[in-house]
Design a protein around this ligand. Structure first.
Ligand code: C5P
Length: 225
């Protein structure tokens, strides 16, 4: 199985308050996207393609390993992934990952790859919901508690049979924006399987997330992998 990873890294980082694209923000001195790429390669993908903001190609080229290909991303994550998919016609399997999850352990990548090897058409890493979870009305008052046992938080990398993901994106109406790629294949009626995610795959969105990641890397001076 020839597995290629597409790293979505064309976002702006505005919620992080950064002066550069989020993927280039340093974590322990190295850009988030570099951490993400290394985790994917360590987990067993053969090749990585990174979707980058078109105006930032040089800045990404300066930090990414030479073997990593870059493609121009789009205005939305969905558009960026479409561009990445068009650049990997020879892959059997595709893992779509967020640069914003820099500390994803290689073991998670390996679990996603193993599920694809085992015949899954689509697979996502998930974690349980540990807090009581409720529905609220428009005024913020609790309406009812949601049974949390069957709920899961969905992470990346999300793995797909490439042809299945390409067909699902082709069937998605132009302009439709879904928050992840599993939602795209589910919209096409494909079964999405799950494997165990990892708290270390947490997404970096606001400054506090970066503080936590710095602590995770720095506590014992080694990468938490
Ligand atoms: O904004 P958010 O954190 O949800 O973005 C998730 C991932 O999608 C990030 O790694 C970001 O760089 C990427 N993205 C992208 N193209 C966009 C917007 C976001 O590749 N136009």
């Amino acid at each position: 199985m020839h597995a290629v990873a597409i790293v979505a890294a064309a976002g702006s980082g505005s919620r992080l308050g950064a002066d550069r694209p989020k993927a280039l923000v340093p974590l322990a001195g190295r850009p988030l996207v570099v951490w993400a790429v290394e985790g994917l390669l360590a987990g067993g993908v053969a090749e990585v393609v990174v979707t980058v903001p078109a105006a930032e190609r040089e800045a990404f080229a300066a930090v990414l390993p030479a073997a990593v290909r870059m493609v121009d991303g789009g205005a939305t994550r969905t558009a960026s992934v479409r561009a990445g998919l068009a650049a990997v016609p020879d892959a059997d399997a595709v893992l779509v990952h967020d640069a914003a999850r820099p500390l994803t352990p290689p073991e998670v990548v390996a679990r996603v790859l193993a599920a694809l090897e085992g015949g899954a058409e689509a697979v996502v890493p998930v974690l349980p919901v540990v807090d009581t979870t409720v529905l609220v009305d428009d005024d913020g008052a609790v309406v009812e508690a949601v049974p949390r046992a069957p709920l899961r938080r969905v992470q990346t990398p999300q793995g797909f049979d490439r042809a299945t993901l390409v067909a699902a994106y082709a069937a998605l109406p132009e302009g439709a924006e879904l928050t992840d790629d599993a939602a795209v294949v589910r919209a096409a009626g494909i079964r999405v399987e799950t494997v165990a995610g990892d708290e270390r795959s947490a997404k970096i969105t606001v400054p506090h997330d970066l503080t936590l990641a710095e602590l995770a890397v720095g506590l014992d001076g080694t990468v938490p992998r």
